[in-house]
Write a protein that binds this ligand. Structure first.
Ligand SMILES: Nc1ncnc2c1ncn2[C@@H]1O[C@H](COP(=O)(O)OP(=O)(O)OP(=O)(O)O)[C@@H](O)[C@H]1O
Ligand SMILES: Nc1nc2c(ncn2[C@@H]2O[C@H](COP(=O)(O)O)[C@@H](O)[C@H]2O)c(=O)[nH]1
Length: 388
């Protein structure tokens, strides 16, 4: 990718140390892990571009890694702190508290898996979120059991709370289905390429078509401040279970196989051949759904209203509706200029500059990482943030 600016090379060769502390701040930071230096920020190769570059001391070369996960929007000032030798904490300046903490994973288990799969240098962004409220909900079950009907009702009754993860599929749209609302309807060759590029959290061949959940689909829901609901088949659920995405897994069963067939036929969306295929697959799905450890909850969708009430109960919706509110980091305000970060007892003290005297008490923020969960390619949850 061409020559690195001399000053940066000097810095790299001069040696940033690997201590758990403030590395550098500004529009570009460099973090050293072993023989590699991860440079985050704006590069100036003729055109100013924002991204991640890696300088490898062994080969004396720059590498542009494959970047997975939903990237933060380009930002100017930031501070980078190496954590655990496997990820870089990035604190963005001039951003709201709910968008100021990001992690660039460079050597976590997920990254090691992806490196093997993609056979290239990989890093991944993961946004930090306060608390644990965002656990996604995965709903599986045979075709025609009523997953979509349950999800639609939940979204209609709690429009500000839940958001649907819009999957990609290679199947043709049904009458009334809208592109980018019900599915992202896609050409197989395009989807296959995107799978190769690592854009999907999971994908599966279902009833003869490809279906998949992109990282972007799940992140778009979280960005809208909502809890994500996924409607995916059992193969996809198993894949999610094996991934780092911590979720609640629910399997929906029909009261009987005959009733399932009746519903599938009554829906009138499939030709006979597809109905037969879906019914054959339903038998396997019903067996797989009982596999120990795969699903956290089983719901029988006999009477719709009772099933819906049970779903609400297991999602703890009664308490939520009765006024329990989640603490939101956006309520805390805005992080202005960050000037330092230091670690003490597993907590990071972020000190920011403020020119407004009345806000002087708000310039020391503690970021507690002791309970973090999840991580790339999805969110890093369980952060705690408060004024010191
Ligand atoms: N409890 C119920 N009793 C009777 N009919 C139901 C019940 N639940 C859903 N249905 C009906 O069954 C049909 C199939 O439901 P739905 O489309 O929600 O299934 P699905 O599980 O999402 O299927 P697919 O996986 O193919 O998308 C619909 O016509 C729906 O109205
Ligand atoms: N593994 C995945 N399965 C998915 C996804 N989106 C939907 N589905 C499942 O496909 C079948 C058929 O759906 P239909 O809309 O054609 O009736 C159903 O069981 C869905 O749960 C996905 O992203 N990944």
């Amino acid at each position: 990718m061409g020559e690195a600016p001399a000053s940066l090379i000097d810095n790299l060769q001069g040696g940033y140390t690997n201590v758990f502390d403030l590395k550098s701040k500004g529009s570009q930071t460099a973090t050293v892990i072993g023989s590699k230096t991860y440079v985050i920020g704006w590069g100036n190769d003729g055109v100013e571009t924002f991204g991640v570059r890696v300088f490898d001391k062994c080969t004396n070369e720059w590498v542009i890694p494959t970047v997975l996960g939903t990237k933060p929007k380009p930002f100017k000032g930031h501070l980078a702190v190496l954590l655990n030798q496997d990820r870089i904490l990035v604190v963005k300046e001039n951003s709201t508290f709910d968008d100021c903490i990001w992690f660039l994973e460079v050597d976590t288990e997920y990254i090691r898996q992806q490196k093997k799969k993609l056979e290239t240098q990989v890093v991944a962004w993961s946004r930090g979120v306060i608390g644990d409220a965002e656990k996604p909900i995965v709903i599986s079950g045979p075709s025609g059991v009523g997953k979509g009907t349950l999800i639609n009702k939940l979204m209609k009754d709690f429009p500000t709370m839940f958001g649907f993860s819009v999957s990609h599929t290679t199947r043709a749209p049904r009458e009334g289905e809208k592109n980018h609302v019900h599915y992202h309807f896609t050409e197989r060759s395009v989807m296959e390429q995107e799978i190769k590029d690592g854009k999907f959290l999971e994908f599966a061949s279902v009833h003869g078509n490809l279906y998949g959940t992109s990282t972007e689909a799940v992140d778009a829901v979280a960005d809208a401040g909502k809890r994500c609901i996924l409607d995916i088949d059992v193969q996809g659920a198993r894949c999610m279970r094996d991934s780092h995405l911590e979720a609640i897994f629910i399997f929906v069963c029909p009261p009987s196989f005959e009733e399932l067939e009746k519903r599938l036929r009554a829906r009138g969306t499939e030709m006979e051949e597809q109905i037969q295929k879906r019914l054959r697959n339903a038998k396997t799905e019903l067996e797989k759904g009982r596999e120990p450890g795969l699903f956290d909850h089983m719901l029988v969708n006999d009477d719709f209203n009772s099933c819906y009430e049970n779903l609400k109960k297991l999602l703890g919706l009664d308490e939520a509706v009765n006024g329990a509110s989640c603490h939101s980091s956006s309520e805390m305000g805005y992080l202005p200029l960050v000037c330092s970060a230091s670690e003490s007892d597993g907590k990071i003290l972020i000190v920011s500059e403020t020119l407004e005297l009345e806000k002087a008490s708000q310039n020391r923020i503690v970021l507690d990482l002791s309970s973090i969960k999840g991580g790339a390619p999805a969110r890093t949850r369980g952060l705690n943030m408060y004024f010191a």
